[in-house]
Design a protein around this ligand. Structure first.
Ligand SMILES: O=C(CO)COP(=O)(O)O
Ligand SMILES: [Zn+2]
Length: 211
């Protein structure tokens, strides 16, 4: 996909996320890797109303080249895209259920989202680290995010929200949606007796087949 098509797709997918309540107000931001740098949603922009022509463009060294001023979470996106060279895009949301889990998970540990359904395992994998709380946009989070992103496709920012990577922009969005649904199921079924999880063998099978 060329840059023009990716800009259009970013606006379409941003609106889709916003319209379904995965993002409210100006919450969340998205980055996409390009052959000559990165696209990034502008700071204080609403994911539901992105203008493709005004999306920020950053150079390979992450300096701002064109478009509106980029998201204050440039460090967050840089950490994930640097830790995961195979990732083509990163989606950060404040979606309700994943954010709720980010308020329960131990800072610096892994969040407890059990493998209940195949698509969570296929799109997110085995681990969901929770990076300690930092103020939004605080560059000091970068090393912790980098370490978490090295071991997992998705992570949580404590008391803030999810950060999800994918091979393409579409993959990252789909994975963010899947994480939100898994978080919702995890909370719905929390402390409910008799909940059946996927077995370790079923998880292995999914990761070997689709991972
Ligand atoms: O989600 C956000 C901060 O974490 C939104 O910030 P930006 O508007 O700067 O992208
Ligand atoms: Zn945020």
């Amino acid at each position: 996909m060329d840059e023009r098509a990716l800009r259009e797709e970013l606006a379409v997918l941003g609106k889709s996320l916003f319209d379904r309540g995965y993002s409210v107000g100006t919450a969340g931001n998205v980055s996409v890797r390009l052959p000559d740098g990165y696209l990034m949603t502008p700071t204080n922009s609403c994911l539901g109303r992105l203008d493709p022509a005004r999306i920020s463009k950053l150079a390979p060294d992450w300096s701002h080249i064109t478009g509106d001023k980029p998201s204050k979470e440039v460090f967050l996106h840089r950490a994930v895209l640097t830790a995961r060279p195979e990732a083509g895009a990163v989606v950060h949301l404040h979606s309700t259920y994943a954010t709720a889990i980010s308020c329960l998970a131990p800072e610096g540990g892994d969040a407890e989202v059990p493998p209940l359904t195949p698509y969570f395992v296929m799109r997110i994998g085995r681990r969901l680290p929770c990076v300690p709380y930092y103020r939004p946009g605080d560059g000091a989070m970068e090393p912790a995010v980098f370490e978490a992103a090295k071991v997992a496709k998705a992570l949580l920012l404590a008391n803030h929200g999810p950060v999800v990577s994918g091979a393409t922009l579409r993959d990252a969005v789909y994975a963010a949606e899947e994480l939100e649904e898994a978080a919702r199921l995890a909370l719905l079924l929390r402390n409910v007796p008799g909940v059946r999880r996927l077995t370790p063998a079923q998880v292995d099978d999914l990761l070997q087949t689709f991972g």
